[in-house]
Design a protein around this ligand. Structure first.
Ligand SMILES: [Zn+2]
Length: 285
């Protein structure tokens, strides 16, 4: 039987407040569990406006996904004209609801936007501080340390890996590679997202494209965004879950995939950075 892991990223204040409750409802109706990767700290989404000027691919993506209708106009101003609100730290009750519903909860970000846009120019001290704040916020919210990390926008570098070594994560999910592997520099299992997200493909054909990709019954991980599948694409997401269940695939949190992997026989290698279709910047693969 094939497996589909649900990797649900929460990137914004709007997604935490509105998208997560909507996804919790959907998963409850289908009696499914997934892994929520939480952004803990400030929502600086408004700083994306700076990217519009620097990166034409980003503008294209914003137009295609109708960013304003996805996240609302306020999100577009956070961290610029409006102060940046805390994401998970503003909603301790919602974090409890995720845990009480039996889902896996892991660490995604302190400041998602800054990582996404500025990681390549940031010092080791900055990265260390980013992890320090995020990990302690996570612990405050959940009472536990996270056992996995999913890097924002699948962006990592060697400095990041050398810093996360100290956290001894059970696994990381930082890439868009085709299959699980071991990050050779830190000897840690990588469980990649190997399917496209709805926002990267034609919205009308999204359900068919993704369900065709999982027909081979292998191990797959679907990247889900609270802002998207818990918002304007919720109907498509439900349709995809229905089809996947009908294909007899088991839908699981990522830790279940980790437990089933034959870790001794996974290839060990270094990640590469690659520009994937529908993305505006390179992802680790
Ligand atoms: Zn994210």
């Amino acid at each position: 039987m094939g497996m589909l892991g649900l990797k649900i990223d929460v990137d914004t204040y709007w997604g935490m407040k509105n998208g997560v409750p909507s996804l919790l409802q959907t998963l409850k109706e289908f009696n499914l569990k997934g892994t929520f990767f939480l952004s803990i700290g400030p929502d600086n989404s408004g700083r994306a406006a700076l990217q519009l000027i620097k990166n034409p691919l980003f503008l294209k993506k914003m137009m295609r996904t109708k960013a304003a209708s996805l996240y609302g106009w306020k999100t577009a101003l956070y961290g610029t004209l409006l102060p940046a609100p805390m994401i998970a730290l503003s909603f301790p009750e919602i974090v409890k609801n995720i845990i009480n519903a039996g889902h896996e909860v892991q660490f995604h970000a302190w400041d998602h936007r800054r990582w996404q846009d500025e990681l390549s120019r940031k010092s080791e001290d900055w990265i260390r501080d980013w992890f320090g704040r995020g990990m302690s916020g996570f612990e405050k919210l959940t009472g536990n340390k996270p056992t996995a990390f999913g890097a924002p926008s699948w962006t990592i570098n060697d400095r990041v890996l050398s810093i996360i070594r100290q956290y001894n994560f059970d696994y990381v999910s930082c890439t868009r590679a085709k299959a699980p592997f071991i990050h050779e520099s830190i000897n840690t299992v990588e469980i990649p997202s190997n399917l496209p997200c709805f926002e990267e493909i034609d919205a009308q054909k999204g359900v068919s494209i993704i369900s065709e990709l999982i027909e081979d019954e292998g191990i797959h991980v679907l990247p889900v965004h609270a802002e998207v599948e818990g918002g304007i694409f919720q109907d498509q997401f439900r349709e995809l879950l229905k089809r996947t269940i009908n294909m007899n695939m088991e839908i699981v949190p990522l830790k279940t995939i980790k437990d089933k992997l034959d870790i001794k026989n996974l290839p060990a290698r270094k990640y590469k950075m690659e520009l994937l279709p529908g993305r505006h910047s390179a992802c680790a693969v």
